[in-house]
Design a protein around this ligand. Sequence first.
Ligand code: G6P
Length: 467
Amino acid sequence: MPQTQNAELSDFLVVANRLPVDRKTDADGQPVWRTSPGGLVTALEPVMKRKGGAWIGWHGAPDETIDGFEHEGYSIVPVPLNSQDVEDFYEGFSNATLWPLYHDVVAPPEFHREWWDTYKQVNQRFAEAAAANAAEGATVWVQDYQLHLVPSMLRELRPDLRIGFFLHIPFPPQELFQQLPWRKELVEGLLGADLIGFQLPGGAHNFVRLAKQLSGVQATRDTITMPDGRTVKARAYPISIDADGFKALAEDPAVQEEAQQLRENLGNPSTIFLGIDRLDYTKGLRQRIRAFGELFRDDELDPAETVFLQVATPSRERVEEYKKLRDDIDLLVGRINSQEGDIGRPVIAYRHDSFPRTTMAAMYSIADVMVVTPLRDGMNLVAKEYVACHQDDDAALVLSEFAGAAKEMKQAYQCNPHDLNGMKQTILKAATDSKSERRRRMRALRKQVFSHQIDDWAKDFLRDLGA
Ligand code: G6P
């Protein structure tokens, strides 16, 4: 039997599909667990340590049961998933049903009853693990679309708990959400929480409206009243990054040296455009690469002076739409590079790979223009990371109107990624605008990013949850 209960019950629990640790091998060849990079972990680790918390999640490999352990002063409680769970719950219902549906159906969502059955079972397992590890009256913070049903399942098991939920991805408009055969169950899953957080006010409004329609609950603005009198709040908490941490990383002499080296490897171009994304069809990579291809083809960008560096981090590689995307991008980049640029000087430097945070910081610091053009994105933290890392104000951020970040980052060069000509013009404008205009915009962006950091996000949410 897996050890799904730690020795002591916790007052603060996070329940997320992923654990905050990655398995690595140490110098002696022994497996060790290291804290995963990423904003959520950075934000929550101090709270976890202070409260002796527990983090409940999956460690990322199928068919393997791992005992719970202590890590950095809090408990890690693994929830195992077998291969069928991974197929139906993770790759299936989470990433081939909810993910595309919630991202404006930019890929067609699939609806399969077997996926839904497994999704319910796995959510129940996470809820049971949380219930078994929570002290009387503890606070439990459930994260993201993979665990939509956990709030109500957990409330059923443990009505004494304070339950929060945060959705990291967009919450769709009614017309799209209504496609879901299990729409009522999903809404009611979230209604088990005391506080439901969304990236943007629009998501919170969509949810409140749907809750009234599908569950017949009473609601005023952000407050839903359940038939038993309990209230549920639905509000926006735009997530951010550890901007100070990123700045310090980018200023590190070793990172600066790496940045210099990288610039040389790219042939010391006068303008570097950069894209860094998970290889996901929501990120608008096809459109962005086509835009650059045309700009080089039409001599609007000079291949002797310009490089477009695009990093695509491998993601969900067994899901069909992701396989297809990978092939499409390989073909597109290959075709453009074979026609533009010169021998030994591709116009698009493309890597399908994961890089350490230090290398990402080095990339951000050499990029003259960062290009973030998702078709739909809950927030997009890469846009914020660029602003935190790039030290020189003579820089520019091209940002899709369809990224949650566009609501806060008003001074970015915003574009509609579906409008190829419009996007091309915006990319050129960002690269060629006057120094004073670029500086004015970057300063405003910097002010925004440094005044709303990840700690503020976690504090605001937990304060409103009454934790
Ligand atoms: C998005 C989701 C997260 C997810 C991450 C990586 O940011 O909101 O919940 O963990 O992508 O995706 P993966 O499927 O690898 O966990």
